[in-house]
Design a protein around this ligand. Structure first.
Ligand code: GLY
Length: 299
């Protein structure tokens, strides 16, 4: 157990943790830290599942979703943002400057611009090339049914990596979480997954704990994954048990395909964390005063 501490999904979480660490180590807030970590991932063009460089939807246009949260009464989110580099910062503006929880689409972009947040073409040449390959490889007839099947497809090399989810606890013991994603690669335009939906991709309760989910959003959304994990901790489960309970519930509710993956991280108010995933390969980046490492999640 250690405070402060920051945990993030996937190996790219390590870089994000390091970007946020100066804030936490200097006694800054967990809220500022999770935003900084998310912004780091959003600005990384090599990360094809978040922000700049994210793989586009089936129409070839990138859209991004994000959520930030410190308590049920303090949370903000955006979905379907197409022109802003830092959807997590728009989500924070929603949290701090409105009474709303979620703003979507062109209006979310406009809201971000109202606060002077930077706009950018999010489609990089590499992501465009991946989309072109995907488009060319399709030999099925087009139509609603074909498109739904295609929207489940992840590019091979990204089969199990998506979304950065970040949880942090600061020296005062305050919890915060952030989640940001470009969503499922080549998704049906307009599709929104778990990440920006409070209680699905991210949930933070200042007393019971915090949880974040990554992976196939539709699976998480079927069980209110992060809310389920936090409620398990409220009833006495350890973070590891709470994360495992989410995976068990998904297994009970869905006929899983071989490539289905969900990873969950849960963080308790005492700074202990745990994780679980449907299958091997999900890794958690952990940083504290003593540790800076990648850990394998329990399956
Ligand atoms: N977990 C991210 C998504 O499904 O959009």
């Amino acid at each position: 157990m250690s405070k402060p501490l920051i945990v993030s999904t996937w190996s790219f979480g390590q870089r994000a943790n390091r970007a946020a660490w100066p804030i936490l180590s200097a006694g800054g807030s967990s809220l500022d830290a999770v935003e900084a970590a998310a912004r780091d991932a959003e600005a990384d063009p090599e990360n094809h599942t978040v922000g700049l460089g994210g793989y586009p939807d089936a129409s070839g246009r990138v859209s991004v979703d994000a959520c930030i949260m410190v308590a049920p009464s303090r949370r903000g989110a955006v979905a379907g943002v197409r022109h802003h580099l830092h959807p997590i910062s728009i989500a924070r503006k929603v949290m701090e400057h409105t009474s709303h929880a979620l703003i979507v689409g062109a209006d979310a972009d406009e809201f971000g611009s109202r606060y002077g947040l930077p706009t950018q073409d999010l489609l990089t040449p590499a992501a465009h090339e991946a989309w072109t390959r995907w488009k060319l490889s399709k030999d099925k007839p087009t139509g609603p049914i074909a498109n739904i099947e295609e929207s489940k497809t992840w590019p091979d090399e990204e089969a199990t990596h998506d979304t950065i989810g970040v949880l942090a606890i600061d020296v005062r013991g305050d919890l915060a979480g952030a989640c940001t994603t470009s969503g499922l690669a080549f998704k049906i335009p307009g599709r929104v997954g778990d990440s920006p939906i409070v209680g699905h991709g991210l949930y933070v309760d200042p007393v019971a704990g915090a949880a974040v989910c990554t992976g196939h959003g539709e699976l998480v959304m079927g069980v209110c994954g992060s809310f389920l994990a936090v409620e398990q901790m409220r009833r006495g489960a350890t973070p590891g048990e709470a994360a495992a309970a989410v995976i068990e519930r998904i297994r009970a509710c869905f006929d899983l395909r071989d490539d289905d993956q969900v990873g969950v991280i849960a963080l308790g108010k005492d700074g202990r964390w745990g994780s679980a995933s449907i299958k091997a390969g999900f890794r958690v980046a952990v940083k504290s005063g003593e540790r800076d490492e990648l850990a394998d999640a329990g399956t």
